[in-house]
Structures are given as structure tokens and as C-alpha cells.
Design a protein around this ligand. Structure first.
Ligand code: SAH
Length: 355
């Protein structure tokens, strides 16, 4: 647990840290050393910072602490996927997933504890939103999986997807700051092209990212290109309609020249008809995109069922005929509820906040 009289050292920017240490008469390069320990070497305690004098380490410890996320528990799928339950400094729990393939290792990270969007098919929606994650809490998920990748497979982490719990664009600043720490040379130095932010569709923030000329990739969870159906599946569509999203994604492409991925699950009797296929082709053609058909992972006690393979084939054929790249993503880690939409802290008792 945290000590409320101490400051979370990772909440300070480099300039703030530099100013703080300057008050103690320390030169600017000291602050850079501390920063490197925090964001490049992933130090978990101030005493790890062995190139600082003992006096400075003690002084830092009097005022600051590192609020590391702790891996409380990991579950191992027979397909190699690992799901982690992580405890935050206030006792809340989030999940992250390591997904290995022969050529890459992907970290699937959470951006919020729970989620406010209420998508009918997603288990996280049942938890409601408890709070946003701080940049360091997102960063720690990546570092934990980086270690796991080396320890279990002897290979480095190659990709990051923001497809865990929560809506990253409703925790915008913290998500951007975490990505900055993950990609900057003073941080982990991972290429932004290997990071994908997935959104349920917050048009205003898609435009904001485009204006900031971010260099990571963007995925939109679409699931239907017909407004009335999409609103039933994803209530956020009532305020961020397909027309809003189309305009925002077009703007995104103009600014970034980066092709958007459209994520799409086909459900029996919901979006497996010809008009659904036509609507998706029309939508996907409006700006450069590719479609990722995702296998549905049941979240229990609901009426949604994965569509028949022939319905999926109808989508693939129509998309290919229209010249739109399309892939079908097999589910990973289902046996441990680690697949898309299955993250709901089931393995763990969530410590409920009282205030
Ligand atoms: N809030 C973000 C990221 C979290 S969800 C978003 O909506 O994109 C990550 C992906 O999993 C999204 O594409 C989402 O639509 C998909 N997903 C959610 N529940 C699912 C389920 N039960 N089966 C398959 N995919 C699911």
C-alpha cells in the first residue's frame, strides 16, 4: 500500500524532477539518471539506483516512492498465452495478457480499471468503470510482460495492443504519456509502429490524436456499419455515430497516412446478413482500411453466438472482391478467459473501493 505522505516519483515529468533536485543542489544530469532508472531500467525501488550516492537515495526515499504495479497471479493457457492479474497501489486489480506467436510476442494491456461503455458483448463492461490507470501503471504492465517474455521464451516483447480492459481514448492523456515512456529512447525505446491503440470510437479524440501526428496504429471496434444495430451493441454509437467516425477516420488518415484496422465480430442473426456485409464494404471503402474479423469469445449467459463459417466466408469474399484486405483472427487464451472481451477480473476478488 502507498504512503500518502510521499509523492509518487513517476508522476513527475523530467523537468519537474530536475527542478526538485536542483533545489537540493543536484546537477541536471542527476535527474536524468533518476529518470533513466524509472523509465528505462524499470527500477522498482529507490535503493536500486546504485549510481546515486547513498545520501541522495535516502533523501529521495524520504520524499518519494515508486508505486509499482505487482503481478499478483498469472494463469497459463495451453496455447502459451499468459494472463496476469496485477494489483495497483490502491488495491484494485487489472489484467494484462502476453500472447506469443512463432514470430512475435504481443502484450495486451489495460487502460482503465473496468469500463464505462457498456458494450453488450464484452465482459469488462460488467465491471463498470472504477478509475483510469496512470501512465506508470500502463508502463508497468508492459515491463512485466517484457520480463515474462524473456523468462518464459527467451525472446523480446515485439508488439503492444491497447485491447485489455477499458477505453484508452477516455483516458487519453495518460495513455499518450504511457506510450511516450514506452517509445522514447529514454524509456523502453519500442517502435510506435508496433503499438496499436484500439477504440470503441471516440471521434473527438481520434481527431486529437491525428492533430498530434502520433505514430502508433489505430484500430476501431466496429462490429456493425449500420447505426441502429451498432447502437444496440455499443451504446457509445448513439453519441459517436458512424458518420462521425467516418469523418474522424478520414481526417486521421489525412494527417497520419496510417491505415486503420476495423475490428469486427460476426454474430448469428445479428450482423450475418447481406445488408450487413454491404454496409461494412461501403464503410471500409471510405478511407484506407483493413478488416480484422475476430472470433467471438463467449462471456457467458448471453444470447450472442458466433456466426456460421459461411457467414464469415461471405464477409471475406465481399471484402476481397472490393479490394479490402481482410484477416480472420483466431482467439488466444480462451481456456483461461484471457481472450478479447473476457477480461473481468474473474480469477481474482476485486477489492471494491468504498469511497
Ligand atoms: N475499448 C477498446 C479496447 C478494449 S476491447 C475497444 O473497444 O476497442 C478490445 C477488442 O476486443 C475490441 O475490438 C472489442 O470489440 C473486442 N471484444 C470485446 N468483447 C469481445 C468478445 N466477447 N469477443 C471477441 N472480441 C471482443
Amino acid at each position: 500500500m502507498t504512503n500518502p505522505s510521499k509523492i509518487d516519483i513517476r508522476s513527475l515529468r523530467l523537468e519537474e524532477l530536475t527542478a526538485r533536485l536542483a533545489e537540493w543542489g543536484e546537477p541536471a544530469y542527476r535527474a536524468r539518471q533518476v529518470y533513466e532508472w524509472l523509465w528505462n531500467k524499470g527500477a522498482t525501488q529507490i535503493s536500486d539506483m546504485t549510481n546515486l550516492s547513498l545520501a541522495l537515495r535516502n533523501r529521495l526515499e524520504e520524499h518519494f516512492e515508486i508505486r509499482n504495479v505487482k503481478v499478483q497471479h498469472s494463469q497459463f493457457s495451453k496455447d502459451g498465452t499468459i494472463k496476469n492479474a496485477l494489483t495497483l497501489h490502491d488495491g484494485l486489480v487489472v489484467e494484462s495478457v502476453m500472447i506469443p506467436t512463432p514470430t512475435r510476442i504481443t502484450a495486451c494491456v489495460s487502460s482503465q480499471v473496468g469500463c464505462s461503455l457498456g458494450c453488450t458483448f464484452c465482459a469488462t463492461a460488467r465491471m463498470k468503470r472504477m478509475r483510469n490507470l496512470n501512465p506508470d501503471e500502463i508502463y508497468d504492465q508492459v515491463v512485466a510482460i517484457q520480463k515474462q517474455a524473456q523468462e518464459t521464451l527467451g525472446r523480446p516483447l515485439t508488439n503492444i495492443v491497447f485491447m485489455g480492459m477499458g477505453e484508452p481514448l477516455l483516458n487519453y492523456r495518460n495513455t499518450m504519456e504511457a506510450i511516450e515512456k514506452i517509445t522514447s529512447p529514454q524509456g523502453l525505446g519500442l517502435s510506435p509502429r508496433r503499438i496499436t491503440v484500439s477504440t470503441a470510437g471516440v471521434a473527438k479524440m481520434i481527431r486529437q490524436m491525428a492533430d498530434e501526428k502520433v505514430r502508433f496504429k489505430l484500430a476501431l471496434s466496429l462490429h456493425s456499419a449500420i447505426d441502429s444495430k451498432r447502437s444496440r451493441l455499443m451504446p457509445i454509437n448513439e453519441t459517436n455515430t458512424l458518420a462521425d467516425l467516418e469523418a474522424a477516420l478520414d481526417y486521421w488518415y489525412q494527417q497520419t497516412r496510417s491505415r486503420v484496422t476495423l475490428e469486427y465480430v460476426v454474430w448469428e442473426g445479428v450482423n450475418d446478413g447481406e445488408e450487413d456485409v454491404r454496409a461494412l464494404v461501403r464503410f471500409a471503402r471510405k478511407f484506407p482500411s483493413k478488416v480484422n474479423l475476430i472470433e467471438y469469445n463467449s462471456v457467458g449467459e448471453d444470447s450472442l453466438r458466433q456466426a456460421h463459417p459461411s457467414a464469415i466466408a461471405a464477409y471475406t469474399e465481399a471484402l476481397e472482391a472490393a479490394g479490402i484486405t481482410c484477416s480472420f483472427r483466431r482467439s488466444r487464451g480462451r481456456d483461461i478467459d484471457a481472450a478479447c472481451g473476457q477480461l473481468a477480473n474473474k480469477g481474482e476478488a476485486v477489492v471494491q473501493k468504498t469511497s
